[in-house]
Design a protein around this ligand. Structure first.
Ligand code: GAL
Length: 380
């Protein structure tokens, strides 16, 4: 069996745009767009069908059944189609007795459902937490589904979604999940995005290869449309900040916008090569919060090949001027090295420096640099 989630999982999920209103044609079209419009080649692999795909009741043998009106050819057909596009197939169930929208869920049906998913060619299971019986043990039920998936005979990435209940960063990796939702549901405005960002800023230490901190699906490019779309939706800078934060912190990148309709500027943002390279850095180290100051936050993150990233996030509405001394990043002036910096978003380079960096960060924006050590001839 393969080792899954070596780097943060990337894909598309139906919930943000479509909510309960899903069907086969839309899912197949999304797979087409992912293959044809550069998403697959940028690294996005999983096409995930969220809640509301099944009939309201199991069949006489206790099996989950795809709603034949929404998915007339059944789920194996959908999986085959997605695989034919060089992509992977994701589905959804829940650890409780019903899904959040009231469909049958996998409590006490873990092994049976895992076998159904495997027989449909499923490669990814998002596993929610609604209607979870109060007498049951949450950690044990996530363990049981992790085991059921492993026993199914198929490599199925386990995306656990319990919204941060019982501090999943302390145990989801151990029970076998490949990603764990650490937050409640995102909606498409900056209040929601920044609330999620704040809630996780000091909480990334468990985020590493094999199991990643999932801050929910991206709303980048939704532009107010769709199920979690809002009138006060993010503007370009705010979407860029969301995408950059998810990339900087090595969060899973699950797109939620209708990819058939996303504008060119957001397609370009979602496929930003250097941001995705940062997200997928093979060393998979979590970020370290250096300082929170007057409304902005400074992080570093060690990267492969001796490089590191510097992130300055300004969640305030007003601009901030940040002075970052290299000493606070662990590189004092007498270190005998300078830092060569590249702006990850714009591609601009800054000549090697050794003491500090002044950055002007507009409201709701960020600056991200990739830093490389360069020997300083003048020693102390
Ligand atoms: C929520 C979950 C959402 C979505 C929804 C479906 O609990 O956090 O991401 O899956 O259920 O009903």
């Amino acid at each position: 069996m393969a080792i899954l989630a070596k780097t943060p999982p990337m894909g598309f999920n139906t919930w943000n745009t479509f909510g309960p209103d899903i069907n086969e044609q839309m899912v197949l079209e999304m797979a087409d767009v992912m293959a044809e419009k550069g998403y697959r080649d940028a690294g996005y692999k999983y096409v995930v069908i969220d809640d509301c795909w099944s009939l309201r009741e199991r069949d006489e043998n206790g099996n989950l059944v795809a709603d034949p009106e929404k998915f007339p050819h059944g789920m194996k057909y959908v999986g085959d189609y997605i695989h034919g596009k060089g992509l992977k197939f994701g589905m959804y169930s829940c650890a409780g007795i019903r899904t959040c929208a009231g469909y049958p869920a996998s409590f006490d049906h873990e092994y049976q459902d895992a076998r159904s998913f495997a027989s449909w060619g499923v490669d990814f299971l998002k596993y929610d937490f609604c209607y979870f019986p109060s007498f049951a043990n949450c950690q044990h039920r996530y363990l049981t589904m992790a085991q059921a998936l492993r026993a199914s005979g198929r490599d199925i990435l386990f995306s656990a979604c319990n919204w941060g209940v019982q501090e999943p960063w302390n145990w989801m990796r151990s029970v076998g999940a490949h990603m764990y939702r650490s937050t409640g549901d995102i909606v498409d405005n900056f209040a929601s995005t920044s609330h999620i960002m704040h809630s996780q800023m000091g909480n990334f230490n468990a985020n590493a290869s094999g199991c990643f901190n999932d801050m929910d699906m991206l709303t980048v490019g939704m532009a107010g449309q769709g199920f979690v779309g809002r009138e006060d939706c993010n503007n370009y800078a705010e979407y860029e900040t969301q995408f950059a934060f998810w990339c900087f912190t090595a969060a899973p990148l699950m797109m939620g916008a209708d990819l058939r309709k996303v504008s060119e500027e957001y397609r370009t943002l979602l496929q930003h090569k250097e941001l995705i390279r940062l997200n997928q850095d093979p060393e998979c180290r979590p970020p370290y919060k250096v300082r929170e100051d007057n409304g902005y936050t400074v992080f570093i993150r060690h990267l492969a090949d001796g490089e590191f990233a510097i992130g300055v996030f300004n969640l305030h509405q007003d601009p901030r001027h940040a002075e970052i001394t290299f000493a606070e990043l662990g590189v004092p002036v007498n270190a005998g090295v300078k830092l060569a910096l590249t702006d990850v978003i714009t591609g601009e380079t800054i000549a090697p420096k050794k003491d500090d960096l002044f950055v002007a960060v507009p409201g709701h924006s960020c600056k991200i640099y990739r830093a490389r050590f360069v020997r300083d001839r003048k020693r102390y």
